[in-house]
Design a protein around this ligand. Structure first.
Ligand SMILES: [Zn+2]
Length: 94
């Protein structure tokens, strides 16, 4: 097993619209350690009022919670993975 993600997987992460089925598939189909973590509540972005759905290493060194906009703006790496960034998700019914 590898952490290879397909373009559609990345599209999901970029949109932060992660259906339950996708999470189920990701967790069963491949390791997601360091990429996707399930939490009870999405923290607030460290830079604005939006949800900080990405836990990421910033250009300045420290890690931060960021919304899509601020992740793109402040991220050190443009991909997800251990030491780079992971996405917080909450699983909701439906
Ligand atoms: Zn933000």
């Amino acid at each position: 097993m590898t952490n290879d993600w397909t373009p559609s997987d990345y599209a999901l992460m970029e949109n932060f619209d992660v259906p339950v089925e996708a999470i189920r598939r990701l967790h069963l189909g491949r390791p997601t350690r360091g990429i996707v973590s399930i939490v009870d509540r999405i923290p607030q972005c460290d830079f604005c009022e939006d949800q900080g759905k990405v836990d990421f290493k910033t250009l300045h060194g420290p890690w931060a919670h960021g919304c899509n906009t601020h992740w793109r703006k402040h991220r050190m790496y443009d991909s997800l993975g251990t030491g780079k960034a992971q996405v917080w998700v909450v699983i909701h019914a439906g």
